[in-house]
Design a protein around this ligand. Structure first.
Ligand SMILES: [Zn+2]
Length: 306
């Protein structure tokens, strides 16, 4: 069969135009009506609670937090990195994260800053946000500070009432008000991120005293997704605090068989009494939450909520 040159050119031009129109529909700012109508998927914020506590089938787990956020515009934030066991970096590499816009250390404990050391040595980071507290009696913290210095990245110290920009969204910092030298966990950065109607509360390892201050001060705690403070320990998550947050879902990070026996039964009971489904990295592995600002979906690596 023979094709005329004119027909071949016509087909080629048609294909190019169709491809261009298709790309324009997906990427343009005029796509909102199409997204609202369900013709195109809505851009999503992805918040992933990485399982940094699982060390292997025959090893006791460790505690530790590491939370990865990807905004709908492709901005990347990392809150804490777990212990220096390489699990956070391995997750980032496996998911092709080659640049981090924002790194936040909630407080300078080994199970939060340790895993950030090899991330800082491997992946370019634009900005590091901390609460300003240092912990020079920890060799892991000293290594973390050295990695920060060696990387030469910009750093910023935040306090309550400040905001941290993240793409078109922003974290609202609720705590600490000021650094109390008698605590490390209690100085954790507590912050809230709202995407439309769906909001996230990040609590670090904050403690009962700070929770009570937040509740009494009328801070905007209500959030759809709660990161349970301090790996589910009974030194956090009072019934009053949980009622003020009124989460739809709560998530903790702790490895199976950790030496602290986190999460504590009383924390789970307090959440159960409020009818809140709970996910944990020990039971569910890495837990992702995707939202378009209207609804959300929890995607655990395995299993169901408690
Ligand atoms: Zn911790």
């Amino acid at each position: 069969m023979k094709y005329s040159l004119g027909l071949i050119i016509l087909i080629a031009v048609t294909l190019i135009i169709m491809t261009a129109v298709g790309l324009a529909l997906i990427s343009g700012p005029w796509t909102q009506p199409l997204r609202s109508a369900g013709i195109l998927p809505s851009p999503q914020l992805e918040v992933t609670y990485i399982d940094v506590g699982y060390l292997g089938p025959d090893q006791p787990g460790v505690i530790g937090d590491s939370i990865l956020l990807k905004s709908s515009e492709g901005k990347v934030a990392l809150i804490d990195g777990g212990y220096p066991n390489g699990l956070a970096l391995a997750y980032l590499k496996a998911h092709n994260i080659t640049h981090i816009d924002l790194m936040i250390l909630t407080h300078p404990h080994d199970d939060h800053d340790g895993g950030l050391i090899d991330v800082l040595k491997t992946i370019p980071v634009d900005l590091l946000v901390t609460n300003g507290q240092t912990l020079n009696d920890s060799s892991i913290y000293v290594d973390f500070e050295k990695a920060v210095e060696d990387s030469g990245i910009q750093t910023r110290i935040v306090k309550s009432r400040e905001k941290i920009a993240f793409g078109s969204l922003s974290f609202q910092v609720l705590s600490p008000r000021k650094i109390d030298p008698d605590t490390v966990n209690g100085n954790s950065i507590v912050m809230r991120l709202a995407d439309g109607k769906v909001s996230f509360l990040f609590t670090g390892d904050t403690q009962l005293l700070e929770e009570t201050r937040l509740v009494n001060s009328g801070a905007p705690l209500q959030s759809t997704i709660l990161k349970i403070a301090h790996h589910g320990a009974d030194t956090s998550s009072s019934p009053d605090f949980l009622m003020a947050v009124a989460p739809s879902v709560a998530i903790y990070s702790a490895g199976t068989g950790n030496m602290y026996e986190f999460p504590h039964a009383i924390t789970l009971k307090n959440l159960h009494d409020l009818g809140v489904p709970v996910y944990g990295t020990d039971l569910n592995g890495t837990i992702a939450v995707h939202t378009d600002g209207k609804t959300f979906e929890v995607i655990p690596e395995r299993g169901k909520s408690l």
